[in-house]
Design a protein around this ligand. Structure first.
Ligand SMILES: [Ca+2]
Ligand SMILES: [Ca+2]
Ligand SMILES: [Ca+2]
Length: 114
């Protein structure tokens, strides 16, 4: 973004009016703007890169760190259910998007008893 202060400029994702749709309430690390439409091949290449990159991010459903995923971890997650915060600030926010919700529960369930 132009300017020396990064906070002077911002991009809204989503909208608030007039139909009460909400804006994106989170943090975006990188935004790429392209001057022209990407070809299908370019888009697929980008998607593959992002999927690979995101797959490598640590999703750790073992919330109490005892080496398994079981009712103890589920209890911790439910205790923080729908908590929100800066992504990365809540251990129970397994899919690090700033809210403890079904996506986090899904990762826990996928890894149940593993
Ligand atoms: Ca555990
Ligand atoms: Ca355990
Ligand atoms: Ca989450």
């Amino acid at each position: 973004m132009p300017g020396s202060n990064g906070y002077d400029t911002y991009i809204n994702v989503g909208r608030n009016n007039p139909d009460n749709w909400t804006t994106f309430n989170g943090h975006i690390g990188d935004v790429f703007l392209y001057k022209s439409a990407l070809s299908d091949a370019e888009r697929q290449q980008l998607e593959t890169f992002l999927e690979t990159h995101l797959a490598n991010a640590a999703l750790n459903p073992d919330l109490n760190g005892d080496g398994d995923v079981d009712a103890e971890d589920l209890k911790r997650l439910t205790e923080k259910w729908l908590w929100t915060g800066i992504p990365g600030s809540i251990d129970e926010d397994i899919v690090i998007d700033g809210i403890v919700d079904f996506y986090d529960l899904a990762i826990l369930a996928e890894n149940w008893m593993k």
